[in-house]
Ligand binder design. Structure first.
Ligand code: NAI
Length: 292
């Protein structure tokens, strides 16, 4: 099994920045890439702050924190990732955009490199199809936020080799994660179950059954969930939730997966959740009161 010394992470949003932090703290050299230079600046700031906080609270030693920051390099040039042993993609949840990236990565990455996707729902087999190395393509689905959440869901495409699976499982375990393994079907395990619940919470709000606060309180206190489904949707990103529902709906062909019109309307209005300061809830101070 190949030793992983360097990881490339593509996409420096909430997931990519968290994965880059996790790998750097785990003693792995990291190249973090994004097409948007502002996203890279935000990622560097949030990783630095997060590591400083871990050090000040005694969760990480100063030596490990400083070492991790030294291992992290940011770039808007994808070619810098050519020496990576594993490249983890964490860009927008769109099959068209991801497929294009995978075919570019296939040309840039060294022959032995594994191409992993953090996709929440998109077919690994289809992402692999546009590359010359389908046996080295795999789903490595971290949960949000990656440095904290214990789970990694590994998804094997139709052609993923045993060696690729073993290497990625070992990498996840080296990063102190518990691994579950899913076949390559829409939404895999976690989002196949979670997203219909979130979508149903939107329908519950849409049809006027209850207020957003009562829906969330009901699910927190009634079922012992740490966050209500609407709060969680804001945390994940409503655009990500909608993309996953569309994948479930298209891929499983059952009307029970049709996205709630209210979820669609929020996304159309740019209310994407915490990352935009407004989603189901309003996180901005002194903001207008909306009709939603
Ligand atoms: P995000 O919107 O926070 O970040 C996406 C980043 O990708 C942005 O910085 C954007 O500039 C960059 N990007 C877009 N196209 C690019 C390209 N062609 N090349 C390089 N960079 C590009 O999104 P988030 O939430 O980090 O999600 C990323 C992926 O992780 C998605 O596939 C999503 O489904 C998955 N995921 C999301 C979770 C969540 O809770 N938000 C949880 C687990 C997986």
């Amino acid at each position: 099994m190949a030793e992983i010394k360097e990881v490339g992470v593509v996409g420096s949003g909430q997931m990519g920045s968290g994965i880059a932090q996790l790998a750097a703290v785990g003693g792995i050299d990291v190249w973090l890439h994004d097409t948007d230079p502002d996203a890279l600046t935000r990622a560097t700031q949030s990783i630095t702050l997060s590591i400083q906080r871990l050090v000040s609270r005694g969760h990480l030693s100063q030596v490990v924190g400083t070492d991790a920051l030294g291992r992290l390099r940011c770039t808007s040039n994808l070619e810098e990732l050519r020496s990576a042993d594993v490249i983890i993609e964490a860009i927008v949840e769109s099959e068209v955009v991801k497929k294009k990236l995978f075919s570019e990565l296939d040309k840039i990455a060294k022959v032995s490199a594994i191409l992993a996707s953090n996709t929440s729902s998109i077919s690994i087999t289809r992402l692999a199809f546009g590359t010359s190395r389908p046996q080295q393509v795999i789903g490595m689905h971290f949960m949000n936020p990656p440095p904290i959440m214990k789970l990694v869901e590994i998804v094997r495409g139709a052609d993923t080799s045993d060696e690729t699976f073993t290497t990625i499982k070992a990498l996840a375990e080296r990063l102190s994660k518990t691994v579950i393994c899913s076949q390559d079907y829409p939404g895999f395990i976690v989002n196949r179950i979670l997203m219909p619940m979130i979508n149903e919470a939107f329908f519950t709000l849409f049809t006027g059954v209850a207020t957003k606060e009562d829906i969330d309180t009901g699910m927190k206190l009634g079922t012992n969930h740490p966050m209500g489904p609407l709060e969680l949707a804001d945390f994940i990103g409503l655009d990500v939730c909608l993309s996953i529902m569309k994948v479930l709906h298209d891929g499983l062909g059952d009307s029970k997966y049709a996205p709630c019109p209210l979820l669609v309307q929020y996304v159309d209005a740019g209310r994407l959740g915490r990352k935009r300061g407004i989603g189901v809830y309003n996180y901005r101070k002194n903001c207008y009161s909306s009709n939603f």
